[in-house]
Every structure is written in C-alpha cells, then in structure tokens.
Design a protein around this ligand. Structure first.
Ligand code: COA
Length: 692
C-alpha cells in the first residue's frame, strides 16, 4: 500500500510509503484520499496525522509524471488539500526529511505542522521553471508574512526546521516523528478550538506596494531571464490583494502558463540530467562507493586553497601542502580572508568559519601529510612538475589512497604513469573559484578502477558538488568545448561584431557573463601566455586572431588595468572606441572585411561550434551522454539552466542549424571545425541526442 492507515488510540496515522522520496504519484494521491476518507468516517478517530515512511515526508509532485496521463488521473492535489483543510477533525502533518513543493503544500493544508529538528522545508518549484500550483503562493504569505514568503518561494531554498519554526511555517519541533505528531494532534483535540485554516488568515492586508516593486527589481537582476520568479511575485501580490479563492485561481493560471514554457521543459530536463550524470553504466552494482573521510591538497594557492575550503566546509579534515613556509602562510592568509568576507556578508557564521579553519592543517613536507583517503594535486599545469608530485605521493601515501589531479587539460594517463598505482589515479577537476563553482569534472584514465571512480563520484554529493565523468582528452568535456566558444567570439570581433554586442547577446541569453567581459575579468596577460603555447601546436590549417595580443600590447590587460575589451569605471564596463580601433586594426592586418552581425548570428556562432565539438566527444566516448555535457556547462561555465544546457538547447533550436554553421565555418577555420559524423547522422535521420 502506498499509504498505510493505522489507528493509535483515537488518532488515525496515514504513513506514505512510496520510495525513494514519497513523491505525489497517482498511487499516493489515491492512497491519501482513501486514508483521509477512512479517518473522517471512523467514529473513534478524533484527529488525523499525515507522515512519510522511509527517509522523508513528501518531496513534491512526481516530476516524472508531469504531462503524462497519470498526472491527470485520480484525485488532484487540491482535492486532498480540501479534504484536509475542511476536515472537522484536526489534521496534522508530521515532517521529517524534506517537505518540498506539493509536499509542503499538503502540509500547509493541514491544520498544523510539526517537524523533527533535522527536517527541511521548501517550495523549490522555481528551480523547475514552475511555481507552487496548489496554493503555495496563497498560503505562505498568509502564514509567514509577505517578505518571508517572497524570499522562500522565489529562492526555492530548503530551510531548516528551526528557521521554519521561527517563521511560523511549522508550529512545533518534535523529538519523535510518530509519537510527536500524535501527541500534537491530541493537544488540538483537547483544546477543542476550531481547526485553524490558513486561507482565512488576514495577515496579508495593508502591504506596501513598494515592497513588490523593490523585490521585482532585485529578482530581475538575479534571475537572468527566467520567467518563474517574476510570476511568483505576481502570485504573491495577488494573494495580498485578492480574496483567497481568486488568488488561487490566479495562481492556477500562472502555473499553467509556466507549465507550457520551454524553460520548464529545460529545467526538468536539467533536473534529471544532474541525477543521471551520477550513474556510470559500466560500474557493477557490487562496487559500492567508500566514504572519503580525510583529504590532502597539494598546492595552497588560489586553486588549492579553494579546494581545501570545499572539504573543510563539508566537515572533512584537510591537509594543505605547499613548497615553503612563506607559500603556506600566503595561502592560509587568502583562505582566512575569504572566510572573513563570507562572515561579514552574513553568508557564514564566525563559529562555522572557526570550525572550518580548525579542520585545516598546513605542511611543507610530503612526509607530514599523514595517511589520507584522497589527495588532490592542484599545482601548476606543468606535466613534469605533476609527475614529480605523483611519484612523491606514490612513495609516501598508503596503498589505499586515491591520487587525484585537478588538472584542467593534461593527460591523466601520463600523470598516472609516474606511480605504481594507476588504478587509483583519477582527474578531480574543480572550477575556479572552487569554493563557489559547483562542478566536479572527474576524469577517467585508462587504468582508473571502478572503485576509484565510484568513490570520487560519490564524494561530490558529500561536498556539495555536482559530478560528471569525462574521458581523458585535451580539455576533457568542458574546456575542450570552451576553445570553440571563446575562439569564435574572437573571430566575430575580427569580422565586425563589437565586444558589447557579443557580451550582450550571451548575457541576455542567460550566460552569467559574456565571453569577452569574462576574459577582461580573468586578465589578458595570462591568456597571452597560454595562447603563445597554443599557437605552437595549432594545426597548419588553423589560425588565431591577434586581437588579445594587440590589446595587451596597448596595456589593456582587462579589469586590473582599468581597460581591456572595455574601459572600466570601478567594475562597470563601458564601451571604448580605443579598443574598437585596435580591433579594427587587427581586422585590417588580417585582411578581413568587417560587416554587421545580427544578434541571432552571434548567438549561433558562439554556441554551435562548441556543440559540434561536443558531438565529437560523444562519438569518442569522452562524455557518456549529451545530458552530462549540459551538466558540465551549467555548473562549470555559467550556462543558464533554464535553457537546459547547450546540448538540450541546440536540439530545441534544431541540430540541422548546428550542422549548417559547422559546414559554413569549417572551410575558413580548419578541419577541426568540420561537422561531427554523429551530428551529420542525427540530422540525416531526423533524430535527437538521446537516440544517438
Ligand atoms: N519526482 C520524481 N522523482 C523524484 C522527485 C520528484 N519530485 N524527487 C526526487 N526524485 C527521484 C530522483 O530522480 C532520484 O531518482 P534516481 O535515483 O532514479 O536517480 C531519486 O528520487 C532520489 O533523488 P536524489 O535527488 O538523488 O536524492 P537526494 O536525497 O539527493 O535528494 C530531494 C532528495 C528530495 C531533496 C531531491 O530529490 C529534490 O530536490 N527533489 C525535487 C523536489 C522538488 O523539486 N519538488 C517539487 C516538484 S514540483
């Protein structure tokens, strides 16, 4: 039975048993309806408690049922809510694990909510391009006030029980789920008061309209073109200005509109993509991940320090090694400063900062690292240096220790060859700043064992990262594609587009930052060094523009010198005719005739060549599935999740268009830009990535 019905004295307890997360699938909705009816009909029952069996309360609507026949069958969520809300017998939701989305909305229709201390509550629909469509936007402002509701629903955050209690979202914190829920229900019976119905609350009258205006402005900046946050604000405003029944109808209409949107489809694709990426088809079930409980990081610089913070924040003790006392002191100083900034911004408490620092040790000798489960090497991108480090690590570390490299492009097999344990060598590539960016691109060498892979894939969840497995090639999944993105941005500059146009198109598409503004931020002097190396290995039929070199020659290093592709006033970028003149010189010198670009052309040329390259990664098995590539770009490169990732988006736009762009560019750019065979085949057969 998906919902178990039991009697405890005079209280009916409905327990939902629908693993893994008690989503509100058809069977659960049917079971809840039947259970409530039974409780209402039973003369001996004086109250009803709803709780979740297994690890959680209810994680929301069943996302896999969206748009299917099943979602339209049986009782609607609203029918169940109505039954709970209008019940003459008190109804109580007893919450553990997570009460999310429709799950929290069920709880909000109960007369009271109690939760164990470890529970979390939230309305995460915004992350799926939706809004809570079963009264969430109407009941939350009535229960916890407008400001708290706006922030809860537009952020989609899962808030801890204690905070939910202080907001009034739950009525009491209980020790034991079942007995606590039953006791609370009995208390309500004993009090004999009419059951509280949130919809009847008047808490939302007299709200200053300026509140909504300000919140809209703030949210628009953050949400980079997403539709759902703005709709949520509209609904909460409606909840404050209209009677509950009208506000509910308004919410339903807004929900339907979002449900039809491409953004919803993209975000749901993305939700499953992230979970799918954890699964490595050839790892047998007998290989169970082992917990990584202690870590060392080689290199305490910007990257190593950031990686160290990731582990320390997750409660994992970490030892950082650098070459000298000075290097260690410098690294430690940067880490402390980073933490102090978080504390001053209020995103971290002083106590958490102290705890994290307590978990960090700094050493200068390999012998002093001591036995750890995993080492992450984060030294410079220099093969000889890395091999030396790995030989050293292989010597001092116990046999069981996994040796990971944070390299962003070097050959993992060659690094592994410096050790006697290539089965335990793996790429563990974090993105800068490591303590912020979510992606952990794990790289599989030819000898990496299943156990090693399982361990580092599972590690990601413990440290709050999103893992994707890549094969071993230059640049792995993400950086291999990046070359085409930034490369084409430059070629467009040379052909007549302006930095503002390119960055504007990328940013209005939803990228966190346009490619040129990004390079200005990173500093072009570093690019020049890397580009000099790349030029040497460039295939004979390819060329690079020399715009970056010309800008650097003119002292335009990017933000740090106040000018690059743009000029800067503080952090504000301003179009600069001087930069344009340098770019025009570069076009003339290269013999390229400048012309105007449409925004659509800019968009396609930025993303299609890299999607073509990604198709080659799929062909070669560098990426296991197209959706893994989406996960890499959303978490490592600021690609908007509401576009689903580059592969999902390209398929929506049409793979034939990707192919056309590749065919057009290849003769000018070189053979590496030629269409991927896979792409040609899919277009010829009229198929998408999943049918590849
Ligand atoms: N509907 C359908 N399936 C769901 C689901 C939902 N609402 N929530 C989770 N699942 C599935 C996942 O796809 C996964 O399936 P898999 O094992 O086949 O890959 C499984 O349940 C476990 O989920 P996972 O995310 O891996 O577990 P977790 O413990 O890390 O996180 C949650 C659990 C509930 C916090 C997380 O799954 C979540 O945020 N779910 C979505 C909640 C939501 O958005 N609800 C509103 C819906 S409108």
């Amino acid at each position: 039975m998906s919902v178990d019905y039991a009697i405890e004295g005079d209280v009916a307890v409905l327990t939902i048993n629908h693993p893994p997360v008690n989503a509100l699938s058809l069977v659960v909705r049917e079971g809840l309806k039947a259970g409530i009816q039974k409780g209402l009909a039973d003369q001996n029952v004086r109250a009803i408690v709803v709780l979740g069996g297994g690890r959680t309360f209810i994680a929301g609507a069943d996302i896999s049922e969206f748009g299917t026949e099943k979602s339209r069958q049986g009782p609607r969520l609203q029918d169940i809510q109505r039954a709970l809300e209008t019940s003459p017998k008190p109804t109580v939701a007893a919450i553990h694990g997570t009460a999310l989305g429709g799950g929290l909305e069920i709880a909000l229709a109960c007369h009271s909510r109690v939760a164990v201390a470890s529970a979390k509550l939230g309305l995460p629909e915004v992350k799926l391009g939706l809004l809570p469509g079963a009264g969430g936007t109407v009941r939350t402002p009535r229960l916890i006030g407008v400001e708290a509701a706006l922030s809860l629903v537009t952020s989609g955050d899962h808030i801890p029980a204690a905070k939910a209690h202080s907001l009034g979202l739950v009525d009491a914190i209980i020790d034991d789920l079942r007995s606590g829920g039953v006791a609370y229900a009995r208390k309500l019976v004993a009090e004999g008061a009419p059951p509280p119905v949130i919809e009847r609350n008047e808490k939302v009258t007299g709200v200053d309209p300026a509140l909504f205006r300000d919140f809209r402005e703030k949210t628009a900046k953050k949400s980079r073109g997403q539709l759902a946050p703005a709709k949520i604000i509209d609904c909460i405003e409606a909840a404050c200005t209209k009677p509950a029944a009208e506000a509910l109808a308004f919410e339903t209409a807004a929900f339907q509109e979002l449900f039809q949107s491409d953004q919803r489809k993209a975000l749901i694709h993305y939700f499953f993509a992230e979970r799918e990426a954890r699964k490595i088809p050839d790892i047998p079930e007998s290989v169970q991940p082992q917990k990584i409980g202690s870590v060392a990081v080689i290199g305490a610089g910007l990257m190593g320090g950031g990686i160290g913070m990731v582990f320390a924040n997750a409660g994992i003790p970490v030892t950082l090694l650098d070459v000298s006392d000075e290097a260690v002191a410098k690294g430690r100083g940067i880490i402390e400063k980073n933490y102090a900034t978080s504390v001053s911004r209020g995103s971290m408490t002083q106590a958490r900062m102290d705890d994290a620092l307590d978990r960090m040790r700094f050493v200068t000798k390999y012998e002093d690292i001591g036995p750890v489960d995993l080492v992450v090497e984060a030294a410079f991108e220099d093969m000889d240096l890395k091999k030396k480090i790995f030989t050293e690590l292989d010597r001092v570390m116990p046999d069981k220790t996994i040796l990971g490299s944070n390299t962003s492009s070097l050959n993992i097999d060659e690094i592994a060859s410096a050790t006697k344990r290539p089965d335990k060598v793996v790429g563990v590539h974090f993105f800068s700043p490591a303590n912020v960016m979510k992606l952990q691109e794990n790289v599989r060498g030819k000898a990496t064992s299943h156990q090693t892979l399982a361990d580092v894939m599972a590690l990601a969840k413990d440290i709050g990262k999103v893992a994707v497995l890549a094969g071993n090639c230059d640049g792995f999944i993400g950086n291999r594609m990046l070359q085409y993105y930034t490369g084409e941005a430059e070629f467009m500059l040379e052909e007549g587009a302006t930095p503002e146009q390119i960055d504007r198109v990328a940013e209005s598409f939803g990228m966190a930052m346009g490619p040129l503004a990004m390079r200005d931020l990173a500093g072009m002097d570093t690019s020049v060094r890397i580009r000099a190396i790349r030029r040497k290995t460039l295939p004979p039929d390819e060329r690079m523009t020399d715009i970056v070199e010309r800008l650097v020659e003119a002292g335009r290093y990017g933000q740090k010198t106040g000018k690059g592709y743009y000029r800067y006033e503080g952090r504000t970028r301003i179009a600069d005719p001087e930069a344009i003149a340098i770019i025009e010189d570069a076009s003339r010198a290269a013999g390229v005739k400048r012309r105007a670009f449409t925004d659509e052309e800019v968009l396609y040329r930025l993303f299609f060549p890299m999607v073509n390259e990604a198709a080659k990664e799929l062909e070669e098995g560098i990426a296991i599935r197209a959706s893994d590539i989406d996960v890499v770009w959303v978490n490592g490169y600021g690609f908007p999740a509401h576009r689903g990732g580059p592969m999902f988006w390209a398929e929506q736009v049409g793979l034939d268009k990707v192919l056309d762009t590749s065919r057009e560019l290849a003769p000018r750019r070189g053979v590496r830009w030629a269409p991927a065979k896979l792409l040609e085949r899919l277009v010829a057969e009229g198929k998408g990535w999943s049918k590849a």
